[in-house]
Design a protein around this ligand. Structure first.
Ligand SMILES: [Zn+2]
Length: 79
């Protein structure tokens, strides 16, 4: 979950980023996250029950690791 403030159009600077799962605040410095986090955004399409609705959320690394550890197939990795 991100709160943004419009500083100089057309860009915005995040003023708060919180993990949607545990509520932890991701520390920011001048709008830049000082801890990495996972961001997801999905606009659901016609063949769903949420046609045209966009969902977005953020996860801290701890919650991301816990959630993906329950996957039947682990996320692919590339370096
Ligand atoms: Zn979390």
């Amino acid at each position: 979950m991100q709160k943004h403030e419009m500083k100089n159009l057309p860009t915005s600077v995040p003023t708060e980023i919180r993990c949607n799962c545990c509520g932890k605040v991701i520390p920011l410095q001048n709008g830049i996250a000082m801890q990495d986090f996972f961001h997801a955004e999905k606009t659901w399409g016609y063949f769903s029950q949420k046609d045209g609705i966009t969902h977005s959320f953020d996860l801290c690394e701890t919650c991301y690791d816990r959630i993906v550890s329950a996957f039947a197939i682990a996320p692919s990795e590339n370096e």
